[in-house]
Design a protein around this ligand. Structure first.
Ligand code: GAL
Length: 941
């Protein structure tokens, strides 16, 4: 046993995973301080207006710092300039006073990476965050406090102050204001709906005392202007909304809202979305995340984020943009399972989905068109079709105008056409615009585009760049729809249509060049002379527009067209070095300064304007499984004398137990996963009655003197948390000394969004009594302790529960399993309870390819079992064969070794003696991309 423990400890101290991107580069040289100010239009950094287009990202749902850089670079490449980070208190604190910010918990490194990648940071350390996490992000030990959470109760206050004192100094080191990094905003609390202004004041004061100098905000649930002003209000008001809500079976389309009603309450401060819906969570037995992605897909994005641009939400945080995995016991049990894919724009395995193109168009628009950052409402512009609403906004300094066009009834989906007057300093015009279905267009007029003058366009601007010798503008529209763009010149320019079908008309009286075309693939028009710098006008349909990347270089942005992803560009003399990913061999086109003569793609000279795709990959089959049954706790002879005596007669928990002693697992320091009970009694009884608190989709099994009495499931319906059953002891089973063994799966603690201490809803056995006897049971309990003596400090407090195999190290690489039996899958279990399956698999994937790997379970859904998945000792989730919907589990690279052997271990719990076991299990390549690591850093521009 001792030897096993030593192995366990050695393995637990395994190296921190390093993903494909390699180590973080040295901390950037830090510069001077910066100012962050604001008015009713936007934040200003050193006096410059900025539109924060932000993506919510949860580092604790991607357990590999190497992959943090990968995902943050992808956000940057798709136009995000900010990332919003909730910090999970539970992830860092196994016990009061014990905090860990190392390895996969190294948020200092995360903030370095965000800065190096060029993303501003919205820091959101709670203390309460919600986020579909166990206890809404509170550590397990907080569930046993007497005082009510989110109040001024002494014990709660001491706890959150301790958390703030540990996390805030790290955040404070990375503030833009102090020149330390890219943190620009800091959120206190989250959707706080009690009326305790003193508590809010104390949070503010604590943040300031901890060195936070950036503006503070709160995230108000549901746009109620709570904490917008008065005592307790932070500097800025932010709110959140999820207009499509969270049932991904939804088929109706939600309506947009006009948020201008917030203006009086928000006053002279910008409109801020602390969170705006970017997908949805999905519960045990739910429809699955692809449905959530469809529900919040391109049509939703165009309509809702377009409306947010119209409403001037210049801080715009999309929740989630990359969701990730609630690995270990991190998930809240009621609304999510292991995957937190969220149907987001980037899926759980970090791939770009069909939601990226529209987001990219919008992100590039707000990044490019400075005039949008300061606009006043001019009101509705009548048009020939009253069903179409045209809303006009104007920049008061430049007089550039923007026409926001959609159906007046935003859920209408008919095909309409309207003509309306565009009135700009250049003159009055009457363009015709089509709105086909639930569309939303943002059309520019009277706009200085680089060195050009755009009178108006019925195409939208995606982006434009000035490249010294010429300007390049990329405009786009829906495929098949006509477009009209008018540019102003001093004299007639030369027009050369290089591809596509575009007609041009010159109006010498006004100096207008009018171009007419249909959006279809890519039309290219070169316009020279006319008294302006040459312009390459690119007119694209939506799909074609999304093949363009806007990439920053030291001398300004350039455009690149073709590959799956372009991460960075650096120009040195005549050489342009691009770094990015491809999913196939394909074309590369660069729109750069004329000085560029050679282009390198991932350090290789580009020839024939083509970049190579990834080599095909194959994953090995999973074979050579070893197997053991493992329910020693059910054996009457099992020695439980080292277990904790469960004899408490009182509890801090607001829910008092129906029977004594108190058997709540948290009260004995066991906060996560499985917990075993053994109840001893003497003499006769007819049976036992038990209630367990598990959370949704939980399970518990009961044995008496080694005989299995049954397995109980807590249902999967919303709100199900407990289950009760009475078992009759079979004749002849009892002796003088008897033992009841109960295994309870704690699926996680509830969230505490309503500030009602819901996270304290007890877990484990809630009531236990013999029937046919007045004898009391004497109980012992065993789980895995999350305290200072954490057995696995690297994988952390939420990696393990108290299965015998977990306590012994069955899940760890190197565990000696040679005495276990060989089995092949599928395998049928002969008895209920826990069995373990182990195998090793060597992967040999190319180092320069990103191949996200998934583990797929295939079986008949009427078989009743569930499995915990351990990869190299890391608990990567729970599969429930008869509940679903998740059948494929993402195994993040770094945890999964792509060029080395891996230990894959499954702890299977079968409900009964006939339907348990394990179906087919296989590895699957979920994608295949070429990949090149970062070799330099790029700071916040
Ligand atoms: C918000 C909350 C987030 C998250 C989200 C739904 O109300 O602030 O933490 O729970 O809902 O995914």
């Amino acid at each position: 046993m001792r030897k096993i423990l030593l192995v366990l400890l050695a393995l637990a101290l395994a190296a921190v995973p390093a993903g494909p991107v390699g180590p973080a580069s040295a901390r950037a040289e830090h510069r001077t301080t910066h100012t962050i100010t604001y008015d009713q239009y936007s934040l200003m950094i050193d006096g410059e207006r900025v539109w924060l287009w932000s993506a919510e990202f949860h580092y604790y749902r991607l357990p590999d710092p190497g992959l943090w850089r990968d995902q943050l670079e992808k956000l940057k490449a798709t136009g995000f300039n900010a990332v919003s980070l909730y910090f999970s208190w539970a992830y860092h604190s196994p016990a009061p006073g014990v905090y860990d910010f190392s390895g996969v918990r190294d948020v200092d490194r995360l903030l370095d990476i965000a800065e190096e990648v060029g993303l501003y940071v919205l820091a959101r350390p709670g203390p309460y965050i919600n986020a579909e996490l166990d206890s809404g992000g509170y550590p397990g030990w907080l569930t046993t406090q007497l005082g009510r959470a989110r109040t001024r109760a002494d014990d709660y206050q001491a706890a959150w102050e301790e958390w703030f004192d540990h996390v805030n100094p790290i955040i404070a080191r990375h503030q833009l204001t102090d020149g330390g990094g890219s943190v620009v905003l800091f959120q206190i609390e989250n959707e706080y709906d009690r009326d305790d202004a003193v508590y809010m004041e104390e949070l503010k004061a604590a943040a300031r005392a901890d060195g936070i100098t950036v503006p503070l905000f709160h995230n108000d649930k549901g746009r109620n202007l709570r904490w917008a002003s008065g005592p307790g209000a932070p500097d800025l008001y932010a709110t959140d909304t999820y207009p499509a809500a969270f049932d991904c079976n939804r088929t109706s389309f939600p309506a947009v809202t006009d948020y201008r009603f917030l203006r009086p309450g928000v006053g002279n401060r910008p409109f801020i979305w602390g969170e705006f819906q970017g997908g949805a969570f999905d519960p045990w037995g739910g429809p699955g995340y692809e449905r959530c992605r469809t529900m919040t897909g391109p049509t939703f994005e165009r309509m809702f984020y377009g409306n947010n641009i119209e409403n001037q939400f210049t801080v715009h945080n999309i929740y989630m943009t990359y969701g990730g995995t609630s690995w270990g016991w991190q998930a809240d049990p009621n609304v999510v399972y292991t995957s937190y894919d969220y149907g987001a724009a980037f899926n759980e395995q970090r791939e770009l989905t069909e939601k990226v193109p529209v987001l990219k168009q919008q992100a590039y628009l707000v990044a490019t068109v400075d005039d949008l950052r300061k606009t006043d409402d001019l009101g509705r512009q009548p048009g020939t079709d009253p069903e179409i609403r045209v809303w006009v906004k104007e920049n008061p300094d430049t007089h550039a105008r923007f026409y926001f066009v959609r159906h007046a009834n935003p859920t209408a989906a008919s095909s309409n056409t309207t003509a309306f007057t565009v009135d700009v300093p250049d003159g009055a015009y009457t363009p015709t615009v089509a709105v086909n279905g639930r569309d939303f267009k943002i059309l520019p007029a009277g706009y200085d585009l680089e060195r050009q003058r755009l009178v108006y366009s019925t195409s939208e601007i995606m982006t434009h760049v000035g490249l010294g010798g010429r300007d390049v503008a990329l405009l786009h529209g829906r495929a098949g729809e006509p477009g009209e763009t008018v540019l102003r010149y001093g004299s007639e320019p030369r027009v050369e249509v290089r591809s596509g079908s575009v007609t041009s008309t010159w109006d010498p009286a006004r100096g207008d060049l009018r171009l007419n075309y249909v959006h279809n693939g890519l039309s290219r028009v070169r316009i020279t002379a006319g008294g302006r710098a040459p312009l390459d006008l690119l007119l694209a349909d939506g799909d074609t527009a999304s093949t363009f990347w806007r990439v920053d270089t030291r001398s300004g942005p350039i455009l690149v067209r073709g590959p799956y992803l372009v991460r960075s560009a650096e120009q040195h003399g005549a050489t342009l070095r691009l770094r990015g990913d491809t999913d196939r061999t394909g074309p590369l086109e660069v729109f750069a300064r004329p000085s560029v003569r050679n282009v390198f793609w991932n350090n290789r000279l580009v020839r024939d304007a083509t970049v190579p795709g990834p080599a095909p990959v194959r994953l090995p089959a999973l074979t050579d499984w070893r197997y053991t049954r493992d329910v020693p706790e059910a054996d009457p002879a099992f020695d439980d004398s080292a277990w904790v005596v469960a004899d408490h007669t009182t509890t801090n928990n607001p829910t008092k137990p129906a029977t004594l002693p108190v058997l709540y697992t948290d009260d004995y320091g066991f906060h996560y996963g499985d917990v075993w009970y053994r109840g001893h009694f003497t003499g006769a009884a007819t049976g036992i009655s038990l209630t367990a608190g598990t959370g949704r989709a939980g399970a518990w099994s009961v044995w008496v003197n080694g005989t299995h009495l049954g397995t109980v499931r807590t249902g999967t319906a919303s709100g199900n948390q407990t289950s009760t059953a009475t078992f009759t002891f079979p004749d002849g089973l009892l002796g003088a000394d008897n033992v009841v063994s109960v295994l309870v799966r704690n699926m996680g603690h509830n969230e505490n969004g309503g500030s009602n201490d819901n996270h304290k809803a007890p877990r484990g056995l809630l009531a236990a009594s013999l029937t046919g006897s007045d004898t009391a049971l004497s109980w012992r309990i065993q789980g895995v302790r999350g305290g200072e003596n954490l057995t696995d400090p690297v994988r952390g407090p939420q990696n393990n529960g108290g299965l015998h195999g977990e306590r012994t190290g069955f899940h760890l690489p190197g565990f000696p399993d040679h005495q276990w039996s060989p089995v092949t899958l599928p395998h049928t279990e002969p008895a209920p309870g826990i069995s373990w399956y182990r195998t090793t698999v060597r992967l040999d994937l190319p180092r320069d390819q990103d191949v996200p790997v998934g583990l797929r379970f295939t079986d008949d859904p009427t078989r009743h079992y569930r499995a915990l998945i351990f990869v190299n000792g890391w608990n990567l989730g729970q599969y429930i064969n008869d509940v679903g919907p998740q059948h494929v589990f993402t195994l993040p690279q770094g945890i999964l070794h792509h060029q080395a052997p891996n230990t894959l271990v499954l702890a299977v719990w079968s409900d009964d003696a006939t339907t348990g076991g394990l179906g087919q299990v296989s590895l699957e390549a979920l994608g295949n991309y070429t990949f090149a690591p970062a070799n330099g850093t790029s700071g916040i521009p």
